[in-house]
Design a protein around this ligand. Sequence first.
Ligand code: SF4
Length: 224
Amino acid sequence: MPLNDPEYLPLSYLSQMGYCPRRVGLLLNEQVWLESADTAKGRKEHENVHTQRIERRGQEIKLFEYAVFSDVLGVSGKCDLIEARQDPSGCRIPPVAFPVRLYPVEYKHGKLRDEQEYNIQLCAQAMCLEEMYHTTIPEGAIFYLSSHRRQTVVLDESLRQLVRETAKELHRIQEALAIPAARHSEKCRRCSLLEYCMPDVRQSARAYCQQLAEEAKEMEVESI
Ligand code: SF4
C-alpha cells in the first residue's frame, strides 16, 4: 500500500486514531491542543524515558528514543525503547556493531491495561524497523510506568492489517482536511479536547459556538 503523500505523519497519531478519529482531525487539521491533567501527567512520566541514549549490559543493548520511519505507512516517529539482543541471525542497526534481534517497548503512563491503540502504535514502530533494517519482529511490549508492569504484545497479521488501515485513514483525514463527526463515548471524559470538541452538541450549534469563540479571539487581538 504505497502512500502517494510524500509527507510523513507522526507515528503517534496512529494511537490517537485508535482513541478517536475526531481527535486526530482536530489535532491535525485545526491544530488544537489543550492540556489536561492526564496529558500533563503522561508528559511528566515520559520525560525520564525521552532522552536519547544507549545503555549496554552484556549482550543486550538498550536504545532509547530511536528515530524510525516507514515509506509504506507514510509515518515517522520515535521508539521509546528498543532492546537489541545479540543474535547471529539478526539484523544490523546503527550504532550497534554486531547483528541483533530487535524488541520494541513503548512506555505509557498509568496502570496495566489493554488498549488497542497502544498495540497499534507499537506494531507500527516494529513495522518501521522491519522496513528500515530488513528484519522480522514478532513481538514487543507496552510498559506501564505507574504499575511498573510490562505487557507483551504479539504483532500478528491482524494487528498489522489494522496498522495499515489506520495509517491509510490517517492520511485520508489529513488530505481531505476532514474533522470526523463526534461520537460520544467513555473516552470523552478523559479527552483533553472535550471542551473544544463538544461531542454532545449538535453540529450546527457547535459550529456557531466555535465561530463566536474565534470572533472573540479576533476582537481581543484587535484591542491590543
Ligand atoms: S471529546 Fe470525545 S469525540 Fe471529542 S475528540 Fe475527544 S474523544 Fe473524540
